[in-house]
Design a protein around this ligand. Structure first.
Ligand code: 1GP
Length: 238
C-alpha cells in the first residue's frame, strides 16, 4: 500500500481534491464519540487530522484508538508541540512554522521530537507551515508568539513558500488559524499552488461548502475543516 504522502501526490497528479477533518482532542467528549464517528464516516473527508495549539487532555491516545478502529481514514497528527505524538496514528505533519521567527517552532521542538519519532513507525511528513494574517488573533499566533504574514503581501508569502520547498519540505500549509475571521485569500492560494511543485494544504476560517470549493478552485490540494464541523456535525450535509 502506498504511504500517506504518496497517496497525496497521486491525488494531486489525478486532480483529485482531498479533505481533512481536524479534531482537537480538547474539544472531544469521548461519550459522544460514536455519533462523531458516524458523521465522519458519512462525510466526504479523506483524512483525519488530530491536534491543537495546546492539548491539555489525556484523551489523545483513546481518541486515536477509536478513530483507527471505527473509520478507514488515515489519521494524521497535526501537533502543536511534541507532547502530541502518538504511535497509533498513521503519520505526523512535521511542522516548521516558517512564517515566524520563533526558533522553538522552527527547530527546537523538531529536535525534541526527532528521537521520539525515531522509535515509532509513524510516517513523518515535513511541512512548511505558514501563518497568514486573518483579521483576528488566532491560537496559533498566540501560542507560537509569532506574527502571521500580511495577507496583502503576496511576494513575502511566495518567497516563504519557495524557501520552504527548497528546504525540502514535502507540503506547504497555508494557515489562517483555527476560527479565523478571514480565510486564506483566493489569489494567494492561486499564486502559491502555481509556484511550488509540492502539494498545498489550506485551512483556517473556512465555514461553508462554498469556501472549500473556492480553495480547491484556487488550487488547494487538501482543505482542512475544524471549527465548522466541530460546531455542526451535519456541516457536510448542508
Ligand atoms: C486550523 O486550519 C485548521 O489549524 C482549521 O481551522 O478550525 O477554522 O476550520 P478551522
Amino acid at each position: 500500500i502506498p504511504n500517506i504522502y504518496e497517496q497525496i501526490i497521486q491525488a494531486k497528479n489525478n486532480g483529485q481534491k482531498l479533505l481533512a477533518i481536524l479534531l482537537d482532542p480538547d474539544k472531544i467528549v469521548l461519550e459522544n464519540i460514536e455519533n462523531l464517528l458516524l458523521k465522519i464516516n458519512q462525510s466526504p473527508a479523506t483524512h483525519i487530522f488530530v491536534g491543537g495549539s495546546i492539548v491539555q487532555t489525556t484523551i489523545l491516545e483513546e481518541l486515536i484508538a477509536q478513530l483507527k478502529q471505527k473509520t478507514n481514514l488515515p489519521v494524521v497528527i497535526f501537533p502543536g508541540d511534541p507532547s502530541q505524538i502518538s504511535p497509533q496514528a498513521d503519520a505526523i505533519l512535521f511542522l516548521s512554522l516558517i512564517s515566524g521567527r520563533n526558533p522553538d517552532y522552527l527547530i527546537e521542538y523538531q529536535v525534541q521530537a526527532a528521537p521520539i519519532l525515531k522509535k515509532m513507525n509513524l510516517e513523518v511528513i515535513s511541512t512548511g507551515y505558514i501563518l497568514i494574517e486573518s483579521g483576528n488573533e488566532t491560537a496559533v499566533a498566540r501560542v507560537s508568539k509569532t506574527e502571521p504574514l500580511n495577507r496583502e503581501n503576496l511576494d513575502l508569502v511566495l518567497a516563504t513558500s519557495q524557501a520552504g520547498e527548497m528546504l525540502g519540505n514535502k507540503l506547504i500549509y497555508l494557515e489562517a488559524g483555527s476560527g479565523a475571521k478571514k480565510a486564506v485569500p483566493f489569489k494567494m492560494i492561486q499564486l502559491i499552488s502555481q509556484s511550488v511543485k509540492i502539494p498545498v494544504i489550506v485551512g483556517g476560517g473556512i465555514v461553508d461548502l462554498q469556501g472549500i470549493q473556492n480553495a480547491y478552485n484556487a488550487g488547494a490540494d487538501l482543505v482542512v475543516i475544524g471549527t465548522a464541523f466541530e460546531n455542526n456535525s451535519r456541516f457536510f450535509e448542508s
